[in-house]
Design a protein around this ligand. Structure first.
Ligand code: AMP
Length: 209
């Protein structure tokens, strides 16, 4: 199974992708996570990506496409993939068609005002990749799953969120029509709880039929 999760920042792509990739036994590939790891390890890709990410801008297509192409050739993608955060532009989608076209594209729909609330309160665990909202944390600094130290992503601060949403609407949302025309789009309401959203995704993909 080859799946793409499409949706604005904060739509819940990562949370749903983590669970579904295990259930389907396909590799969860988040380009955002790959860039954050590259920045931590100070690789050439990380050094190039950092300035764009800090500003809430997209990393240029040629850098992302090369990174994903290489990643999808690895052995652990033999069963397919679940791409989270790629493609984000029409040029990236066209490149993916040449590398390994997706079977389905799950479009998580969430309104902007809801996203702003989610993102400003989001805390992530770099160790286990868990994502939490401050309203559901007893301690804002500690991961309830692995006890790692939670962080507030630099690009989840209010100033950068508006920019990221504008980038999504201008550059990424055209992919909704692109994949609708390809007959691959499955749109799901992403405003419910993680369990509700997963149930809707299962239904949209016919997984619990
Ligand atoms: P994410 O964790 O998916 O929200 O990604 C964080 C940041 O990484 C984005 O705001 C972009 O700067 C960069 N990024 C991740 N995926 C892509 C992509 N497919 N194309 C361009 N930039 C990306």
């Amino acid at each position: 199974m080859k799946l793409v999760f499409l949706g604005p920042p904060g739509a819940g792509k990562g949370t749903a992708a983590q669970v579904l990739s295990k259930a389907l036994d396909v590799k969860h590939i988040s380009t955002g996570d790959m860039f954050r790891a590259a920045i931590t390890n100070e690789t050439p890709t990380g050094l190039k990506a950092k300035a764009f990410m800090d500003q809430g801008a997209l990393v240029p297509d040629f850098i992302v496409i090369e990174m994903v192409e290489e990643r999808l050739q690895a052995d652990d993608c033999r069963n397919g993939y679940l791409l989270d955060g790629f493609p984000r532009t029409v040029d990236q989608a066209v490149a993916l068609e040449k590398i390994a076209p997706p079977d389905f594209v799950v479009n998580l729909h969430v309104d902007d005002h809801f996203l702003i609330k989610r993102l400003t309160g989001r805390r992530v665990c770099p160790k286990c990749k868990g994502t939490f909202h401050i309203t559901r944390l007893a301690d804002e600094k500690t991961c309830p799953d692995c006890r790692g130290e939670l962080i507030h992503r630099e690009d989840d601060r209010e100033e950068t969120i508006a920019k990221r949403l504008a980038v999504y609407h201008n550059e990424t949302s055209p992919l909704i029509d692109y994949y609708r025309q390809e007959g691959k789009l499955r749109t799901v309401d992403g405003e419910g709880t993680p369990d509700q959203v997963l149930e809707l995704i299962d239904q949209a993909l016919g997984l619990n039929a």
